[in-house]
Design a protein around this ligand. Structure first.
Ligand code: FAD
Ligand code: EPU
Length: 285
């Protein structure tokens, strides 16, 4: 396959938690056409495959012997009026920075959410009452067959930490509809959000953000906290004493320890509160 690739890359280097086995086949297309070639080849060979972004919402158990696609498209941000378009492999926080620098408001919420733009669209990432679907004016993606589609979001395609962009769909780029703003005010908003994050989230340790989605009307962090699970530790994997919905890596944790810890937390919250938490973090095996 004429697509740039590497062999045996540790997932510890590809994910923010810093754990996981080897990525046996990592394909890193530098053009959309190469990405399309990759998807079509997998379809032709009936090969299952995965798409990886910044690995900030992911735990991989063991070695993965499936082709993994990680876009490496040129990092250009295009501005048309107050719209910004960027490739899916663009850094998410870097895009929020670019918007702030351009004096465009609307992506302040994104300023503390790591990973790639593609991962953020797929997850409909959000914070502080905002989420991607609220600013998304159009996006381009490959269908599971490898066909290119460009469209505006429609109702039912995105909801809280969910989108239909799974099952072999690959986000290629996205356009945000922003508004002119006062650069100082945008910076101040970003600083306020960063401050809030810094006091409530354990950002000094490797983590994958919130592990579970908030059940409707409830806070997963509070439920886990009230179940007395802060500080629960398996090896170097721990339920953060700062924010109970974050698991942190003290240095030498393994993917299996994180998966075990997630299961223990889920079981305990079910026992104590009768609530079944839905994972936000994906486990690949
Ligand atoms: P990955 O972890 O690489 O992948 C996640 C999922 O997206 C996988 O299913 C993967 O297959 C899919 N995917 C990746 N790229 C594509 C693509 N191009 N096309 C289709 N599917 C794709 N999330 C929030 O929503 N709000 C927060 O406030 C927040 N805070 C965080 C804070 C920290 C410190 C950390 C570490 C994480 C936080 N997260 C938060 C979680 C995470 O950053 C987001 O879910 C992020 O959008 C995931 O993007 P990624 O590129 O890292 O995706
Ligand atoms: N709380 C506790 N104990 C804890 C943690 C939280 O009692 O250990 C309480 C807090 O005191 C607060 C409530 O739970 O009253 C909610 O906590 P917080 O404000 O920290 O927000 P959250 O619901 O835990 C959500 C998102 C975050 C996002 C923040 C800010 C989810 C699952 N989490 O966190 O997103 O950054 O709001 O908007 O939706 C992510 O998705 O990965 C993520 C980090």
């Amino acid at each position: 396959l004429k697509v740039p690739h590497r062999r045996d890359v540790p997932f510890a280097r590809l994910t923010t938690l810093g754990v996981g086995g080897l990525c046996r086949w990592l394909f890193e297309p530098t053009t959309e056409a190469e990405a399309q070639t990759f998807v079509r080849a997998c379809v032709r060979e009936s090969l299952p495959w995965r798409v990886l972004g910044g690995g900030s919402n992911l735990v991989v158990l063991g070695d993965l012997d499936l082709p993994v696609l990680r876009l490496a498209l040129p990092k250009e941000v295009r501005r048309e009026g107050t719209r910004l378009t960027a490739p899916a492999s663009h850094g998410h926080i870097a895009l929020a920075e670019a918007a702030a620098t351009a004096g465009l408001s609307g992506l302040e919420f994104a300023s503390g959410i790591p990973g790639s733009l593609g991962g953020a669209i797929r997850m409909n990432a959000g914070a502080y009452g905002r989420e991607w679907v609220g600013v998304l004016s159009s996006y381009r993606f490959l269908t599971p067959e490898g066909d290119l589609v460009e469209k505006a979001p429609d109702p039912g395609e995105f909801s809280y930490r969910w989108s239909f962009l799974t099952g072999g769909r690959v986000v290629l780029s996205a356009t945000a509809a922003l508004v002119e703003g006062d650069p100082a005010a945008i910076r101040a908003q970003v600083a306020e959000y960063r401050g809030k994050r810094g006091t409530s989230q354990p950002l000094s340790k490797r983590n994958a953000g919130c592990i579970f989605k908030n059940p409707p009307g409830l806070s997963a962090g509070r439920l886990i906290d009230q179940a007395g699970l802060k500080g629960l530790r398996i090896g170097d994997a721990e339920v953060s004493p700062e924010h109970a919905n974050f698991l942190v890596n003290h240095g030498h944790a393994t993917a299996a320890e994180f998966a075990d810890l997630m299961e223990q937390v889920r079981t305990k919250v079910r026992e104590v509160h009768g609530v079944d938490l839905e994972p936000e973090v994906e486990i690949w095996r």
